[in-house]
Design a protein around this ligand. Structure first.
Ligand SMILES: [Cu+2]
Length: 376
């Protein structure tokens, strides 16, 4: 009797399935983004933690934790997320972030967020731990666009039904925002969900205390250099950036220049605009949502507003993303726009008339603004 038990136990050991070692599927929570210290407008374009080991069949709870930035939680069949991006997110590729609307059934000659990126790959799953979407190791599983909201954070649940191996979660919006997931067999050891959450919290603390502060410092940096005939160029950054933490801020302190001087704004590794006046945030939204129909599109706030939900589109506003013909500061109420700036591009405003000009970012809103005081 006793001997028979040992034989069975030994056989199970060989199979890697010791009774008790193969627990019920666990749910591992990873966080996308996070909340900055009060008063700071930062976004954490990272997963916390950045890597994870799960058993085959476990569930990953991709939990948004930020304050407004859109992200996707997208599982891809590649252990190297940035390689996957190079092969799948370039112009014309199936997962590129923006596409000409003609590639999405449109006729308005505008850029729209790729519907494959914006919409969930399967809207019937993923919203709760009891109805996870399944990742089989070969097909992409996409949450679609979700915006961080501290009062009601979205989450996306994925059951890792893939063969043992290494896969990646990527955010299709933010390059470098990746999570490595090692899928191991049932008997192999893996950290517990609590250990994973604790590691995520430690990594978030470092991102806040070290990288957030570095990014913030860069966003607040203003460099003043003299050029010919006493006219100077003042240089600042469109937001700060360190280790995928973005400080979506312009300098807190107003920038003072004289008529004839210029203000150079350097792009960084997140998209921004430098736009005058402050009211542009409302009058020139960065994106517009609409139903894609023949001829002029109709405004919509959600797919339910369209006769066919698949007509719903998020378009980049051409007026927001393109620079204005003039970048002269000649009237604080005149619309002047850098268009999209990101590294390595930059923009240069020339100060022509005295006045106080408020610069705002159309992507990040009123929290990202500063004043330029032009004195005679
Ligand atoms: Cu993102």
């Amino acid at each position: 009797m006793r001997k028979a038990f040992f034989v069975v136990a030994a056989a199970l050991l060989v199979l890697g399935a010791v009774p008790g070692a193969q627990a019920a599927p666990a749910t591992y929570t990873v966080k996308l983004d996070g909340l900055a210290p009060k008063g700071d407008n930062w976004s954490f374009l990272r997963f916390f933690p950045a890597s994870l080991t799960v058993h085959r069949g476990d569930v990953v709870d991709a939990a948004w934790a930020g304050a407004g930035a859109p992200h996707t939680a997208t599982v891809v069949p590649d252990r190297y997320p940035e390689r996957w991006r190079r092969q799948n997110q370039g112009p014309g590729d199936p997962w590129s972030f923006v596409v000409p609307d003609s590639a999405a059934g449109g006729d308005d000659n505008e850029l729209v967020i790729n519907p494959a990126v914006a919409a969930p790959s399967d809207p019937t799953c993923g919203s709760s731990a009891s109805t996870p979407c399944a990742f089989d190791g070969s097909s992409v599983v996409n949450s679609g666009f979700e915006f961080g909201d501290p009062t009601n954070e979205p989450a996306f649940f994925v059951k890792m039904d893939a063969p043992t191996g290494t896969y990646s979660f990527v955010c299709l919006v933010h390059p470098g925002m990746d999570l490595t997931v090692h899928v191991v067999s049932g008997g192999a050891s893996a950290p517990t969900p609590a250990q994973v959450s604790a590691r995520g919290a430690r990594q978030f603390k470092k991102a806040t205390q070290v990288w957030g502060e570095q990014a913030d410092h860069q966003a607040q940096t203003v460099v003043s250099g003299h050029v010919d005939a006493g006219h100077k160029v003042v240089t600042l950054w469109a937001g700060g950036y360190s280790h995928n933490v973005s400080a979506d801020e312009f300098p807190d302190t107003p920038i003072t220049v004289r008529v004839g001087d210029s203000v150079q704004i350097l792009g960084n590794f997140e998209i921004h605009t430098a736009t005058i006046p402050a009211s542009s945030v409302d009058s020139v939204p960065f994106v517009t949502t609409q139903c894609e129909v023949a001829g002029a599109d109709t405004p919509a706030t959600s797919p339910a507003d369209c006769a066919d939900p698949t007509q719903f589109q998020i378009a980049l506003n051409p007026q927001a993303i393109a620079p204005t013909a003039s970048l002269a500061l000649s009237n604080p109420n005149t619309f002047v726009n850098s268009g999209l700036v990101s590294a390595p591009s930059s923009t240069v405003f020339t100060a022509e008339k005295a006045g106080t000009y408020t610069i705002v970012c159309l992507v990040h809103g009123p929290a990202m603004s500063t004043k330029i005081k032009v004195i005679g």
